[in-house]
Each structure stands twice: as C-alpha cells, then as structure tokens.
Design a protein around this ligand. Sequence first.
Ligand SMILES: CC(C)(COP(=O)(O)OP(=O)(O)OC[C@H]1O[C@@H](n2cnc3c(N)ncnc32)[C@H](O)[C@@H]1OP(=O)(O)O)[C@@H](O)C(=O)NCCC(=O)NCCS
Length: 157
Amino acid sequence: MTSVTIRPAVEGDAEAIVALIQAAFTPLIARVDPPPGALRETAATIGAELAAHRGLVAEIGGEVIGSALLKHQDDGLYLGRLAVAPAAQGRGVAKALLAEGERLARAAGYPAMILRVRLAMTENRRLFAGAGFVETALMHHDGYAEPTFAEMRKGLS
Ligand SMILES: CC(C)(COP(=O)(O)OP(=O)(O)OC[C@H]1O[C@@H](n2cnc3c(N)ncnc32)[C@H](O)[C@@H]1OP(=O)(O)O)[C@@H](O)C(=O)NCCC(=O)NCCS
C-alpha cells in the first residue's frame, strides 16, 4: 500500500475532516443508539476545535483518509472523533493515529490518554484494548437508563 503520513491537522483541514467523519460514522447509525454525535459536526465546529486544541490527519498520496481530535481532559489527553475512510479501514491507519497521539501525549508529559467508545462497537473496544486502553467507567447518554459507552484510559507512566 502507498505509505500513510500522519501530520498535525490545521484549520484548513476542517472540511476534509467533516467529510471523513460523515463517511466513517454514517454506517454506525444502524448500530448505535443514540446515533453518533460525530454526525452533528460541521466545518465550523471542527475548525473551532482545531483552533482551540489539536488534531491529527492521516494522508495517503495527499488525500486525507484518517483523522482524530486531541484535547486536554482531566489529567489526560483525550482523543476523539477517530475516523478512517471506509476504503482505507483495516490497514492500521487508526493504530498509527493512536500511536502518534500517544507520542504527543508522552512528549507533553501527560500521564494518560483517554477515549470513549460505544459499548455496541465491540470491534472498536477490541482495537483500543489491543492498543493498551482499559475500560475504566461505563457511562450513559442523557435520557438512557443503561450504559451506552465506556471511557477507556491508557496510562503512560
Ligand atoms: C474504528 C476505526 C477508526 C478503525 O480504523 P482502522 O484504520 O480500520 O483500524 P486499524 O486498521 O488501525 O485497526 C484495525 C483493527 O481494528 C479492528 N477494526 C475495527 N473496525 C474495523 C473495520 N471497519 N475494518 C477492519 N478492522 C476494523 C480490527 O479488528 C483490527 O484489529 P486487528 O489488527 O487485531 O485485526 C474505523 O473503522 C472507523 O473510522 N470506524 C467508524 C468510526 C468509528 O467507529 N470511530 C471510532 C469511534 S470510538
């Protein structure tokens, strides 16, 4: 496969990131309740996140095929909105984005990385567990009595 490049996201990537999020998260509508909040993102909301915090994009041949947002949360670096273009999935792009997020977190002295995963997305839970994340709390969306997602943490010390 043509090699994947990971680089910091800039505000000018917002449109491409939104398109990627739409493509990656739309198939999840059939699998998760409530529907993915990621689908409410717009170029404006992603641009604002990138202006205030940080993000990563993965590219193949100059095309954005993966992305993640990074921000400070509690004592850790939170990685959210992880998305890989459907045609590029299953080739290690998400693992590369997680590894780069971890490298940045270590460089900034964070003791942990944090992410959230829907309980229904068992393959995602396996992916993150395989990358060293542990489920530390079960949480639920507003209006839901049962847990709908888990917070996962990876200690970096
Ligand atoms: C989850 C997601 C980011 C994984 O990206 P990816 O680049 O396909 O993942 P990788 O190739 O790095 O890792 C693949 C691993 O994840 C698992 N996996 C999860 N979703 C997969 C998919 N759609 N296709 C192939 N493998 C998938 C596989 O079991 C594989 O594990 P293995 O290496 O032990 O075989 C991607 O499928 C995606 O964008 N999904 C829709 C949005 C989403 O769920 N985001 C995460 C929100 S918490």
